[in-house]
Each structure stands twice: as structure tokens, then as C-alpha cells.
Design a protein around this ligand. Structure first.
Ligand SMILES: Cc1ncc(COP(=O)(O)O)c(C=O)c1O
Length: 397
């Protein structure tokens, strides 16, 4: 296969060409069931007719204007986000990393505006094994040195505490802290849910230290866990939230949501993005939002998630291959048993050979993030193909 791209990705040996619903066909016509969803992006599957229509209608109207103008699609999507969250304001960008970059910059600016430069209130507390994107600031805040160490010098003033460790959070946050950032479910590092106690303690600790609580919902947001945002299950409200992935269902878009008090620190000219609020992306975002934010879709996510989880547990036990299946809604992680430890990638590759796309989350977890509209038929076929892959996996072991 020709490859003119820089070698930072190791591509799978197939070339996807078409997609419809939860199925993808490659250039040779081979069909795959997509349980990876473009890493939790294709929340309504591929080429959903309502999204195709929204894109086509907008494509005939207006593609881009500079950000000295706002547009109806941008305001309409921001209004939907505001009316269905804690937030009063939205900043649009193009990816999860940019949404987090905006969140971290805003937290520092807010602290400087309210407490003064001399306060030194600019430190960010994040979690070990977190993932917030690949810009220099976001790899520094992400708790995985493998993504940041080769790019030093890194932004300073960032510390990491073990995920779900209330005592460590308490001990690390000081009056120099401007923000604490948490993924309600750590996605990339193994589909690890935060405990309610951790998120509630984080809220209290942030209030006490007058620092901002940021939830990174790039992976968990927009219906993936069966509620619009994962944090709503925990009864904890952040000051800033980052969203991307499913927000555009495959069209690049990111958003940072915040309150008007905090958002006020993004004074004119303080931050920006050429493509942020792009009319094409926002028109698709509106159409996607209306389908996802309905009790019909969210209940479907919960019921299909339960079904999928119990089937994965059954298969995991039958082959003695998974010790745990965790996650919420249609973001699930199957943890390999000790005997297969570190070999998730191998199983993912075997699944692809069986016509099934899955993800990994670290070296030990098979991750599933399929379409939120996943049908029973596609789920059953996916599980059959997964079992075929597992049979090969345990036989070669
Ligand atoms: C929790 C979380 N934050 C941020 C990002 C980065 O998003 P993007 O790749 O769109 O920059 C990801 C991507 O996987 C993510 O899972």
C-alpha cells in the first residue's frame, strides 16, 4: 500500500472505502462490522441519512466565514449545548485537544484575572494515565510520559495524582492550583470509570481552593454513556467541559463549554481558531445532537450497552479470556485475563481478520465504542466474529 504520510501511525492492512450504519466496506469489497466507531466518533454510524442531508443542505449555502462573523449553525449548536448542560457559553474549535487547550488556557487566564499574576495561581492538577490530546500543553497535562517525554521542554506547573485517589488530590491541590482536570471515564488508558466519591471530592476541593473543575468529556460526551454527558450521573457540575468526537459524528469539531463568569476571561482577541464554529461542522452537529439527545436514543444506548456487556462477560468467561468488562453505555472495556496480559493488540488484529473492527485501550483492554444506534443484528454478528477471533487467539497462545 502506498503511504505518503509521516510514520507516526501504524495503519491496519485494509483500506476502508464506504460506510453505512455499523458496517464498513474496504476497497476490495470486504465488509466489516464497526464496533470501534472511529474511536468513539461515529456515534450515529456511517452516512446517517439525516446527517448527510444536513451536510448537503449546508454545503449549498455557506462553508466558511472568518471568525469576525458568527453564523446561524454555530449559534444553533451552541444554544443546544447551553440549554442541555450547566454551561452558558461555548467556544468552538476542531478537535478534543483544542477544546482542552482552550480549557487549560482559560483556567490560567481566569485565575490571573481574578487573583493577579503575583498569586502564582496557574498550576494544573491532572490524573496519572489520563489522555487529553496531542498538543504540547495537552500531552503535558495528560498523565502519560510516553506521549510527552520526547517533546521537552514542556509547559510547566502541572502535577499528576493517581486516578480516584481523593487523599492525593487533597494533598496536591493548593491555593496555587488554577484547575483540576478529570475524565469521568478514563478512555484511552483502559475504560476506567471515576468513582462518585472522587468526582464529588474534586468539586469540594476545587471550591475550597478557588480553582476550576474541568471535565474532559471528549470521549464520554454526547450520549456515549447513555446520558448526554457522563458527569450527570455523578451529580457533580464542572466549571468547564471539553467535547469533541461524537459532537460532529465524523465531521471535525470540538467545543469548550463554560459558565458566563469563567467564559468572561476569554476577552476579545485572547484566544481563537480559524475554523472554530465552521458552518458545515455545526450544521451536522445540530442534526446529530437532535438525534442523540432524545430519550429514544439514550435509552437505546443503555439497553444495548447492558446487552453487549453481559454478552461480553459470558464470552469472556467461556474462553477464560476477560477478567472484567467495565464501562458505561456503549463505551466498554474488556480486560484481558492474566494469561493474555499485554496482548490486546493481537486480539484486535485477529478480530479485523474476522471482519470486526474493535479498539484497544492500553495493552490489556479491548475497547468497544460502536454506533449509539447499534442494532441487535449487528451486535449479534459482531459477537460471533469476536468469538471466532478469540478462538484463534486462545489457540495460538
Ligand atoms: C478524553 C480525551 N480527551 C482528548 C482527546 C483528544 O481528542 P482529539 O484526538 O480530537 O484531539 C481524546 C482522544 O482520544 C480523548 O479520549
Amino acid at each position: 500500500m502506498l503511504n505518503y504520510l509521516t510514520p507516526n501511525f501504524t495503519f491496519a492492512p485494509i483500506l476502508p472505502e464506504y460506510g453505512l450504519g455499523s458496517r464498513i466496506w474496504d476497497v476490495h469489497g470486504q465488509e466489516f462490522i464497526d464496533m470501534a466507531g472511529g474511536i468513539a466518533v461515529n456515534a450515529l454510524g456511517h452516512c446517517h441519512p439525516v446527517l448527510v442531508e444536513a451536510l448537503t443542505v449546508q454545503a449549498k449555502k455557506l462553508w466558511h466565514v472568518s471568525n469576525i462573523y458568527t453564523t446561524e449553525p454555530a449559534q444553533a449548536l451552541a444554544q443546544r449545548l447551553v440549554e442541555n448542560s450547566f454551561a452558558q457559553q461555548v467556544f468552538f474549535c476542531n478537535s478534543g485537544a483544542e477544546a482542552n487547550e482552550a480549557a487549560f488556557k482559560l483556567a490560567r487566564k481566569y485565575a490571573r484575572d481574578h487573583f493577579g499574576k503575583e498569586s502564582g495561581k496557574n498550576e494544573i492538577v491532572a490524573c496519572v494515565n489520563s489522555f487529553h490530546g496531542r498538543t504540547l500543553f495537552t500531552v503535558a497535562v495528560g498523565g502519560q510520559p510516553k506521549y510527552s517525554q520526547d517533546f521537552a521542554p514542556l509547559p510547566e506547573g502541572i502535577s499528576h495524582i493517581p486516578f480516584n485517589d481523593v487523599a492525593a488530590l487533597e494533598a496536591t491541590v493548593t491555593d496555587k492550583t488554577c484547575a483540576v482536570v478529570i475524565e469521568p471515564i478514563q478512555g484511552e488508558s483502559g475504560v476506567l470509570p471515576a468513582t462518585e466519591a472522587f468526582l464529588q471530592a474534586a468539586r469540594k476541593i476545587c471550591d475550597k481552593s478557588q480553582s476550576l473543575l474541568i471535565f474532559d468529556e471528549v470521549q464520554t460526551g454526547i450520549g456515549r454513556t447513555g446520558s448526554l454527558f457522563a458527569h450527570s450521573r455523578y451529580n457533580v457540575i464542572p466549571d468547564i467541559l471539553s467535547s469533541a468526537k461524537a459532537l460532529g459524528c465524523g465531521i471535525p469539531i470540538g467545543a469548550m463549554l463554560t459558565t458566563s463568569k469563567v467564559g468572561a476571561s476569554f476577552t476579545p482577541g485572547s484566544h481563537g481558531s480559524t475554523f472554530g464554529g465552521n458552518p458545515l461542522a455545526c450544521a451536522v452537529g445540530c442534526a446529530a445532537f437532535d438525534i442523540i439527545n432524545s430519550s429514544e436514543t439514550l435509552n437505546h444506548v443503555l439497553s444495548q450497552g447492558e446487552k453487549l456487556k453481559s454478552e461480553l462477560i459470558r464470552i469472556g468467561r467461556a474462553f477464560d479470556v476477560f477478567v472484567e468488562v467495565r464501562g458505561q453505555g456503549l463505551l466498554l472495556g474488556c480486560v484481558l485475563s492474566d494469561q493474555y496480559s499485554g496482548r490486546a493488540k493481537e486480539l484486535m488484529q485477529l478480530a479485523l481478520q474476522q471482519g470486526l473492527m474493535v479498539l484497544i485501550a492500553g495493552s490489556n483492554v479491548i475497547r468497544l465504542a460502536p454506533s449509539l444506534l447499534l442494532s441487535n443484528e449487528d451486535m449479534e454478528e459482531a459477537l460471533l466474529r469476536l468469538q471466532s477471533a478469540i478462538k484463534c487467539f486462545v489457540n495460538v497462545s
